[in-house]
Design a protein around this ligand. Structure first.
Ligand SMILES: NC(=O)c1ccc[n+]([C@@H]2O[C@H](COP(=O)([O-])OP(=O)(O)OC[C@H]3O[C@@H](n4cnc5c(N)ncnc54)[C@H](O)[C@@H]3O)[C@@H](O)[C@H]2O)c1
Length: 458
């Protein structure tokens, strides 16, 4: 079968995999190949056991794989045979040298640019899918055009706004698709080619275009605003706990203002995920680079509140459980950074597990999808941790349960049965406010929600 165009995606991760599966599903006329240096990951994409859990993903991969969706390790062949190349490699926070702990680490990105330059034999459109500091396209263009061959490249920015856990829905019905380009004739032509792909399923008015720098910056700003809402509501939980106000009532009253809206106002133990912290720090670093100290400090405060919220949770557990956790058994309900994903990157559960271990508590960790990742996050710490998938078995014999992830299944457990199997007094610290606190109190638990008065029997 001949295809209209060949699309390549470099990077088969949480973004590359679902995004390309969706394009292949919606556009059978395009051939889509996803490549990665991680051969194990590619083997998993080609198996029945996909490397990531995402509702709805299995079905679309099954429909499209080996029809017009292919997973491969041969980057050279992929680049040669492609017309459009999406780059969706990881861009983590730098851990070394200048900007360590703040700036984006662009080594994977740059390596990809050099590979494209080396293997390309004809004109290519390069699409930035990864989240990048503003002005990265300039660096990409410089690398791509710094060889003697006559091949031309056009770089576009097309940041991805999907959220893990709802990735397929977000890709099928995006709020918007943003495409940034150079405002030259060739830039606009390339932009139109990308618009044409998305227009196969996204209404035209939701496909927005901009200059390339606005597009790069918009992604960082969107994540900073989302995280800002979480830190804003979380900062108020501390005040609620001092004043007997109830964060759920406050959030409802605030969120019903149509200028604000009700989403992203759920108080919690803190935000996690691979993006929010790194993208805000990236924004902060950019502001400092341009000498904008006040702006940098403003956005950095969001990360500080998030760290504060996680530490506050541990200190609350410590003080509620008579100022000592040594030798006490604590069951963590959930380890993923949020529900409906197995991803644990930057999960608040990692920080809390480590802090509880420092307090010499014994941990039992349970999660329906993230236990394998949890084991890797806590790799090397063998003592005092058990991993148990069944929440009833996990909590039996424990002194306390701490809810880390808002998995729906936790709200529907038989807590009478759990209470009977636990040590007494039994504690529940609901880091996501998903449980029925009054009912738990009636059963006999001492209940500590976030941003609401505690319900205790003492
Ligand atoms: N995860 C999200 O929810 C999300 C959402 C929007 C945007 N993003 C952005 O998308 C980008 C990718 O994120 P992710 O979560 O998919 O990361 P990921 O770590 O899951 O995937 C990145 C993949 O790129 C591969 N890779 C690295 N260098 C390579 C190279 N030279 N050649 C081929 N493959 C290479 C890695 O092996 C890895 O499999 C990041 O910039 C991130 O900020 C992520």
């Amino acid at each position: 079968m001949t295809f209209k165009k060949n699309i390549l995606c470099i990077g088969a991760g949480y973004v590359g995999g679902p995004t390309m599966a969706t394009i292949a599903y919606k556009c059978p006329q395009y051939k889509v190949t996803v490549v990665d240096i991680d051969s194990e990951r590619i083997a998993q994409w080609n198996s029945d056991n996909l490397p990531i859990y995402e509702p709805g993903l299995d079905e679309i991969v099954k429909t499209t794989r080996d029809r017009n969706l292919f997973f491969d390790t041969d980057i050279k062949r992929g680049v040669k045979g492609s017309d459009i190349i999406f780059v969706s490699v990881n861009t983590p926070t730098k851990t070394f040298g200048a900007g360590a702990g703040m700036a984006a680490d662009l080594q994977y990105w740059e390596k990809t640019a050099r590979q494209i330059r080396e293997y390309a034999q004809s004109h290519k459109i390069i699409v930035e899918k990864s989240t990048l500091p503003v002005k990265t396209a300039l660096a990409m263009e410089r690398i791509l055009t710094s060889s003697d061959n006559e091949i031309s490249f056009e770089v576009l920015s097309n940041p991805e706004f999907l959220a893990e856990g709802t990735a397929i829905k977000d890709l099928e019905y995006p709020d918007r698709v943003l495409i940034g380009s150079r405002e030259t004739a060739s830039g606009l032509k390339a932009r139109d080619e990308l618009v044409e792909i998305y227009a196969n399923w996204v209404p035209r008015e939701r496909i927005i275009t901009s200059n390339i720098w606005s597009s790069e910056l918009s992604k960082l700003v969107a994540n900073a605003f989302l995280a800002q809402r979480i830190s804003s509501i979380n900062s108020i939980t501390a005040l609620c706990e001092k004043t007997d106000a109830d964060i759920i009532e406050v959030a409802r009253a605030v969120g019903m203002d149509s200028r604000l809206g009700s989403k992203f106002l759920d108080a919690s133990v803190g935000f996690g995920g691979s993006c929010f912290k790194k993208d805000i720090l990236n924004l902060v670093y950019l502001c400092r680079h341009y000498g904008l100290e006040e702006v940098a400090d403003y956005w950095e405060g969001i990360v500080r509140i998030n760290d504060y919220q996680k530490e506050r949770f541990v200190l609350k557990m410590l003080s509620a459980m008579f100022n000592t956790l040594a030798g006490k058994k604590i069951c963590l309900f959930g380890f993923a950074f949020k529900a409906n994903t197995g991803d644990t990157r930057e999960s608040p559960a990692i920080f809390i597990a480590k802090r509880l271990l420092e307090e010499k508590a014994e941990l039992v960790i349970t999660d329906p999808k993230a236990l394998k990742n949890a084991m890797m996050d806590l790799y090397g710490i063998h003592e005092n941790i058990r991993y148990v998938e069944d929440p009833y078995e996990a909590s039996a014999g424990c002194d306390a349960i701490a809810v880390m992830t808002e998995w729906e299944l936790y709200a529907n457990l038989d807590f009478e049965k759990i209470y009977r199997s636990m040590g007494k007094p039994a504690f529940i610290f609901d880091g996501r406010n998903i449980l029925d606190h009054t009912r738990l109190f009636e059963i006999g638990f001492n209940v500590f929600p976030i941003g609401k008065p505690a319900l205790t029997h003492f």
